[in-house]
Design a protein around this ligand. Structure first.
Ligand SMILES: [Zn+2]
Length: 175
């Protein structure tokens, strides 16, 4: 596994602002992206990771259903879509593409998402609490959004300098 490029795209990288492409066929290339996505998430101790965060602009995310630090196979969902959301909940959010930023954000407390499993089956999953938060956060990524876009204008203004710094370091690592 050594020598593999498992870097995470940071805020400022244009791929993270582009809506990802819907998957038509699960082929070898896609399976490779899924494997890289899972491996990168586990290496970074993440709860979820969207494919565009590893430079693949396709509609897939993976998540760790058992929480960080537990050695379990992560799950990938292809073409995920929120079909129902209910309630409201404040919760802390952070992002591997936004190092150093942790903010409390209000979002729906429960969601139902639909998508396709890795073996090509149609699936529907209901989530609440932390998992509902992970699903919403990752689906935002696949649509070119960051959780910070959902903060109040005042909060966003206060974070601007930090965001600009991340964007500047993102450019540097690309060179
Ligand atoms: Zn994120």
């Amino acid at each position: 596994m050594k020598g593999k490029n498992l870097t995470i795209c940071l805020y400022g990288n244009p791929i993270l602002r582009k809506k990802t492409t819907s998957i038509k066929k699960i082929d070898y290339q896609l399976k490779k992206i899924i494997a890289d996505l899972k491996e990168t998430m586990m290496q970074q101790d993440g709860l979820g990771l969207a494919a565009n965060q590893i430079d693949a602009s396709v509609s897939i995310f993976c998540y760790n259903p058992h929480g960080v630090g537990i050695e379990q196979e992560p799950v990938a969902i292809i073409n995920p879509e929120i079909i129902k959301s209910e309630g409201k909940e404040e919760r802390e959010e952070a992002c591997l593409s936004l190092p150093g930023i942790v903010e409390v954000l209000m979002r729906p407390a429960r969601v139902v998402i639909k998508g396709i499993s890795e073996d090509g089956k149609k699936i529907e999953t209901t989530a609440s609490g932390l998992l509902a938060r992970v699903f919403q956060h990752e689906i935002d990524h696949l649509n070119g959004l960051f959780f910070t876009d959902r903060l109040s204008a005042t909060r966003q203004k206060m974070l601007k300098k930090q965001l600009d710094q991340i964007a500047a370091s993102s450019k540097k690592t690309k060179e």
